[in-house]
Design a protein around this ligand. Sequence first.
Ligand code: FES
Ligand code: FES
Length: 148
Amino acid sequence: MELTINGSTFQVDVEPDTPLLWVLRDTLGMTGTKYGCGVAQCGACTVLIDGQATRSCVTTVDGVVGTAVTTIEAIEQDTEGRKVVEAWVANQVPQCGYCQSGQVMAATALLKQTPQPTEEDIAGAMVNLCRCGTYNAISAAVRQAAQA
Ligand code: FES
Ligand code: FES
């Protein structure tokens, strides 16, 4: 199976129904994408598929053949992604950090779709869980990234 991830092509020999998360982490060694719940509830595993925030724990690998997958490893090569990371650093968003790659991916997808998001847009898009409670800092960083 041929996958396009972060602009590169990878050949992987895995079962078609393997979750993309495990192909990224275990087969390809891209461990920036995290496992949280495995059942589409937390968002730790969020990646971009053709620019859309997608939970990779419940996305089978055969479903992303022919799409462009972007992971946290390459997010700073993306214009919006770089602004998000800079705003994340400026606002000191991460605490333990575990949820943060998923949060950055969700924020990047939001700004791609809605460059000037309202508070409602931000609340609607930034639904990944953070057990450290960084939600206020996340909102501030998204607002800052939108101004950058
Ligand atoms: S690990 Fe995918 S949503 Fe929690
Ligand atoms: S920073 Fe710890 S879970 Fe979000």
